[in-house]
Ligand binder design. Structure first.
Ligand code: PEP
Ligand code: MG
Length: 853
């Protein structure tokens, strides 16, 4: 065995020692920084990850080396894990390694029997459970005391409790090294992003004993509130923690002065002042908000450990920006420190993590934020509740376009079916409504107006809380945290924008969406889904009339009624976006989505159109398709029923003329959905050009427009070169592109997605995180072919992936010019894009050789 003689296998942590995070772990490195600051840190040793690996394989360090570590520690040490990243965890700390009959006897003499017994017994039990792997039930609390614990150990193992401190230490090291290799530990850390073979270092430290006379005990202190991130001194101090038990002098003190009882601050004002001073210094030197663990022995302070303060999303933003504002870290570093997803927690109410949760079901966390309301089972009931001033949660098997108004009226949505890009999910994200979809454990009886889950029955009117951030459905009302759109939030995003290499636009269908988009500083609208505008109560009849028209002339007449409404929709969007680009997608869904689906609805429609019911039913049936998502929709409708696109183009151009009169000239962007062939683009382009010419003539105003194509069929991606010839921009609609690449219905995927992901068929839900290998390859191929035909063409992504951090990183590297996502995801996208831009910049700086002087 060679490594045991290498001097770096076990290193004393001194200011100059070669301690490296990758080899010795974050805890060892952090302790070295504290040592360099001259803080009273007990003597500590770092055992390298290579050494720990060897220990796990049975190659133990030299006995005399272990013995000497314990001897110089006056017989007692602690062992703590030290992974490269604190989030990866590690085996639990073991205290008081080295205690045996002799050391116990000395402790009895110096500190009394009760303290000595408690210390010894604590170690015997922890050794028995973690090292000898005995059943914890054999050691019920402190029953029977030290003697009983030693007897139980000897009875079970047929040997005396090990008295050789070096052997104790060797066995503790071995058990910790092996625990790190166990499958549970591996899975847990992999879930936190650790590589499967993540290294583990260990730290052996002299025990600072929290027993003895005077102010003695152990505690922790931090300077920030973990939930709010607001500066606040918090912590705890427990007197005599390693010795006497309650009633024998053990006392929990408030850390700071408190009217409710005695405090550590009052009991030991000088030690407290030192502690605060050390904490402030540690924040500056470690460039982080730290929680400091300390021991006080007869008013003598030891700093035994420091860990990064655990923090909520909102606290992470405040902490990072405060560190940068105080000049402790550069703003770029603050941008890198906040998890982009954390920002979406700040935009909405959140269930207070400290509050109890009565979880009744789980589903896909389709739109973040939390809200409490009374159960309603129909969109109409949601609207009625809103009219009464009541908050409602809309519970549906799945939502359909007709439910949109109900969704606007509800405070949250829960569906039994669906996935990340199903109707409910897309709309909810768009309007910032907490939403859970695909909660397959629930059962809805719309007639009886009940929701049954796990044997519990909830009725219409009962209260539910939807936590769209975690995907948990809670019974009753939960305690909430308010949104936190404060200065730290906007400051962080302003810093982020300075680094961002791509633009971030918003998918916005209504003036309200557009205002939200501007509030979050979106750089334009990348997708306005115009069909949503037709579900309005006033417009639906005209729309239905148009669908029922047999002749083009009749159709044109109905469309003429819709024209002014569309014109004013677009004019409002242009006005709100004040010169920023606005991309309007022409009509996309199958027409039958606008028709009633039940008998009652058809009867009402027959009445309003003054037609026999049989005509209406026949027409609805004629429009129904086996596979509507692959049927008469998008550009196919635009070519077969061209009057719809004509009307929309006219509305866009007339709005352009209007808006340009009042402000800067508007250059609208018109986008054709579901293209799969170049000829489709040519046909639509010819008609739109003709409408533009007509509007120019009539208004005697000149304007230009940009025509774009949505790439959302695999064929369009493959033929992007020729398609690009007629387009000023291409926008990847990755929702449909994913659906068509996988042959996977976006509305039904939720049913089996959980099984598929848990069994590793898909690494992730591809509607949630862009599938780089398949769909991503189509994006890359499409981009490359389009640019080779037309180098200056603008490329974007406007599917839901445009708001997903991992997918944004991919898009940025694939060379897209912008991504477009729901308005409430814009802040997340800004931060994610900035972080990836910074990473790319750092990579290229590493590759560029320094300039020759
Ligand atoms: C898409 O398919 O990615 C897209 C943006 O369009 P929609 O979600 O409206 O089908
Ligand atoms: Mg689409």
């Amino acid at each position: 065995m060679t490594f045991l003689t290498q001097s770096d296998a076990i290193l004393e942590i001194t200011p100059a020692a070669a301690v490296h995070t990758a080899q010795h772990g974050w805890r060892a490195k952090c302790l070295q920084r504290l040592v360099r600051m001259d803080l009273p840190v007990p003597t500590s040793f770092a055992i390298s990850a290579d050494a720990v690996r060897a220990i796990a394989a049975g190659q133990m360090p030299d006995r005399s080396r272990l013995a000497s570590m314990i001897e110089r520690a006056d017989g007692l040490v602690s062992v703590r894990p030290s992974a490269a990243n604190p989030a990866w965890g590690g085996p639990g700390t073991v205290l008081n390694v080295g205690i045996n009959h002799d050391r116990h006897a000395r402790l009895v003499a110096s500190h009394g029997r009760a303290a000595a017994d408690a210390l010894y017994m604590g170690f015997v039990q922890s050794y028995a459970i973690h090292v000898a792997r005995l059943d914890p039930d054999m050691f019920p609390d402190s029953e029977g005391g030290l003697e009983a614990s030693l007897r139980a150990y000897e009875h079970e193992t047929d040997e005396e409790f090990p008295q050789d401190p070096a052997r104790q230490l060797a066995e503790v090291l071995r058990s910790m090294a092996r625990a790190w290799d166990g499958p549970t530990a591996r899975l847990l850390r992999q879930a936190k992003g650790a590589p499967a073979q993540a290294p583990l270092g260990l730290v052996v430290q002299d025990m600072a004993l929290a027993i003895g006379p005077g102010v003695t005990g152990s505690g922790s202190i931090q300077f920030i509130d973990s939930i709010t991130g607001i500066p606040r001194l918090t912590g705890r101090f427990r007197g005599q923690t390693q010795g006497r038990s309650k009633g024998e002098g053990a006392e929990t003190l408030y850390l700071t002065r408190d009217p409710r009882g005695p405090s550590f601050e009052e009991a030991a004002p000088e030690v407290f002042a030192d502690l605060v001073r050390f904490g402030v210094a540690a924040r500056e030197r470690l460039r982080e908000e730290m929680q400091i663990e300390f021991v006080v022995s007869d008013s003598r302070l030891s700093i035994i450990d420091a860990t990064r303060v655990s923090r909520s999303s909102r606290a992470s933003v405040r902490i990072a920006t405060a560190l940068a504002r105080d000049g402790i870290i550069p703003p770029e570093e603050a941008v890198m420190r906040v998890e982009p997803r954390a920002l979406s927690d700040l935009l909405h109410h959140q269930v207070d993590p400290r509050a109890p949760r009565d979880i009744i079901a789980r589903g896909i966390n389709a739109s973040p934020g939390a809200a409490t309301g009374r159960i309603v089972f129909t969109a109409t009931a949601a609207q009625e509740a809103e009219a009464r001033g009541e908050r409602s949660v809309l519970v549906r098997r799945e939502t359909v376009p007709e439910d949109i108004r109900g969704m606007h009226a509800a405070v949250a949505v829960l569906t039994e079916r669906g996935g990340m890009t199903s109707h409910a999910a897309v709309i909810a994200r768009g309007i910032g409504l907490p939403c859970i979809v695909g909660a397959s454990g629930i059962s809805i009886d719309a007639r009886a107006r009940t929701l049954t889950v796990g044997g519990r029955v909830f009725h219409a009117g009962d209260e539910l809380t939807i936590d769209g951030t975690s995907g948990e459905v809670l019974a009753g009302a939960a305690e909430m945290l308010e949104p936190a759109l404060d200065n730290s939030f906007s400051q962080l995003l302003d810093w982020a924008d300075q680094h961002c290499r791509i633009r971030i636009r918003a998918n916005a269908d209504t003036p309200e969406d557009a205002r939200t988009a501007r509030m979050f500083k979106a750089q334009g609208i990348g997708l306005c889904r115009t069909e949503h505008m037709f579900f309005d109560e006033e417009r639906l009849p005209a729309m239905r009339e148009m669908i029922f028209a047999d002749k083009p002339e009749d159709r044109r007449l109905s469309l003429e009624r819709l024209l002014p409404m569309q014109r004013s929709d677009f004019a409002k969007l242009f006005e709100i976006m004040a010169g920023l680009p606005v991309t309007i997608r022409l009509f996309d869904p199958p027409l039958h989505e606008f028709l009633p689906h039940d008998r009652e609805g058809m009867r009402e429609l027959a009445e309003s159109l003054d037609l026999p019911l049989s005509d209406v039913t026949r027409r609805v049936e004629a429009l129904s398709e086996f596979n509507p998502m692959l049927g008469m929709r998008g550009v196919r409708l635009g070519i077969t029923v061209p009057e719809i696109y004509d009307m929309q183009a006219r509305a866009i151009f007339e709005a352009t003329v209007l808006a340009s009169e009042n402000g800067d000239p508007v250059v609208p962007e018109i986008m054709i959905p579901l293209v799969s062939a170049r000829r489709e683009v040519e046909l639509v382009k010819n008609r739109i050009d003709a409408v533009a010419a007509a509007v120019r003539n009539e208004s005697r105003k000149d304007f230009t427009y940009r025509l774009g194509v949505m790439v959302e069929t695999p064929r369009a991606a493959l033929r992007a070169g020729e398609i690009a010839e007629h387009a000023a921009f291409l926008s990847f609609g990755t929702n449909d592109l994913t659906q068509m690449t996988y042959g996977l219905s976006r509305d039904d995927a939720g049913r089996f997605m959980g099984t598929y992901v848990s069994q590793g068929v898909y690494a992730e839900d591809p509607f949630h995180i862009l599938d780089r290998d398949g769909v991503g390859e189509l994006v890359a191929i499409g981009t490359e072919r389009a640019r080779s035909h037309k180098p200056g063409i603008t490329i974007s992504v406007c599917g839901e992936h445009g708001g997903n951090p991992e997918s944004i990183a991919f898009c940025l590297r694939a060379g897209v010019n912008y991504v477009s996502c729901s308005p409430f995801r814009v802040p997340v996208a800004r931060l994610a894009a900035a972080q990836e831009s910074i990473l790319m910049q750092r990579e290229s700086a590493q590759m560029t050789p320094p300039a020759q002087s």
